[in-house]
Design a binder for this molecule. Structure first.
Ligand code: FNR
Length: 371
């Protein structure tokens, strides 16, 4: 089908499934164990309803905002997803180009198939990029990666904390990962790979399982980039992150790819906001401690629900990789264009001229569990 026929972000998934190599589909679409968390990620948004306001002038609506002090045309960033070349020969650079066109921020993964420098070089002057870090057991390797990223102008370091070991993604494990795969990662220091159990297992052996809260001060000593913890899943850890002085947290279960039966990010958001308000007197969205959510975001309405509940922005993963797998960077461009159109219409219908007007009273989240 031509790009004109694509109406929403879900469409990219069904098309990608038809056109992608089997191995790529297995790696991108898979989630852990029985994939219950993966299913729940999007479904959780279905339990939140809107309370729109009427008779407000919505001739002009504005969904631009900023993330960690950097302008973005929408409260959405492209989150880190590894191995872009499994789906398309140009890999992650497809994301960089479309991000530039739309003024959105891209998070570069440690395990990108393009080299880090290729992805930075593909950016336009002034284009903002973040870096997602898997912490290597060899801290010298990690230090080099981090300092190189900072030196190349990266504006935020997202340390993935939900993946001391990669989850069992059985669809992916049934595939063999071969040395000649174009996606073999360049700079991860992934020695001792096991190629017999899928892409995820082949690339993850270097990750430091001993990472702990005390290590955060070391990261602060090696970089001035703001630190964000990606993969926080309960208010207790959110509180520890705040007390540790990081700039923000991503409430995420890694797209359902880690612990199955982990809750959805949007559900975690509700308890995190409540407890940080009660215990630290914080209100959200908060400039100094920003909350992000990812997992299952497929519509601007999903994003607006997260904004109403206190998030600064949300991350989207799979729809963008499906989009470039099928259509290259034009696909990602189209996905972002669709989101823009959805923001415009839905903010009008919500009665919210700007994101500041998307307040907690605009949603009924009483069907979400609160702890
Ligand atoms: C991911 N994700 C991820 N996260 C991370 O911190 N480092 C990584 O290398 C990857 N790689 C990766 C590959 C693929 C194929 C997927 C689908 C996901 C997790 C990602 O950043 C994010 O948390 C989820 O993708 C969000 O869920 P959706 O939008 O894909 O539903």
């Amino acid at each position: 089908p031509s790009l004109e026929e694509i109406l929403n972000l879900h469409d990219f998934e069904s098309i990608a499934k038809q056109v992608m190599p089997e191995k790529a589909w297995a790696y991108y679409s898979s989630a852990s164990d029985d994939e219950i968390t993966h299913r729940e990620n999007h479904a959780a948004f279905h339990r939140i309803w809107f309370r729109p306001r009427v008779l407000r002038d919505v001739t002009r609506v504005d969904w631009s905002t900023s993330i960690l002090g950097h302008k973005t045309s929408m409260p959405v960033y492209i989150t880190a997803t590894a191995l872009g070349k499994l789906g398309h020969p140009e890999g992650e650079v497809n994301l960089t180009r479309a991000a530039a066109k739309h003024g959105v921020i891209q998070m570069i993964p440690t395990l990108a198939s393009c080299s880090f420098d290729e992805i930075v070089d593909a950016a336009q002057p002034g284009q903002v990029q973040f870096f997602q870090l898997y912490v290597n057991k060899d801290r010298e390797v990690t230090k080099k990666l981090v300092q190189h990223a900072e030196q190349r102008g990266v504006k935020g370091l997202f340390i993935t904390v939900d993946a001391p070991q990669l989850g069992r993604r059985e669809k992916d494990m049934r595939m063999k990962f071969e040395a000649e795969d174009p996606s073999v990662v360049t700079k991860s220091g992934s020695e001792g790979v096991n190629r017999s159990q899928g892409a995820a297992r082949a690339i993850s052996g270097f990750i430091d399982t001993s990472l702990k809260w005390d290590d955060l001060s070391w990261f602060k000593s090696i970089t001035k980039m703001p630190l964000i913890l990606k993969g926080v899943q309960c208010w207790e850890d959110a509180l520890m992150a705040y007390d540790a002085g990081v700039a923000g947290i991503v409430l995420s279960n890694h797209g359902g790819r880690q612990l199955d039966f982990a809750r959805s990010g949007i559900e975690i958001l509700v308890e995190v906001v409540a407890h940080l308000k009660e215990k630290r007197g914080l209100s959200f969205p908060n400039e100094k401690f920003q909350l992000f959510v990812d997992g299952g975001v497929r519509r601007a309405t999903d994003v607006l629900k997260a904004i109403a509940l206190g998030a600064t922005a949300v991350g989207i993963g799979r729809p963008f990789i499906y989009a470039f797998s099928a259509y290259g960077s034009d696909g990602v461009d189209k996905a972002l264009q669709i989101l823009h159109e959805e923001f415009e219409m839905n903010m009008r219908l919500l009665g919210a001229p700007s994101l500041k007007d998307v307040v907690p009273a605009m949603v009924d989240a009483s069907n979400l569990q609160s702890h």
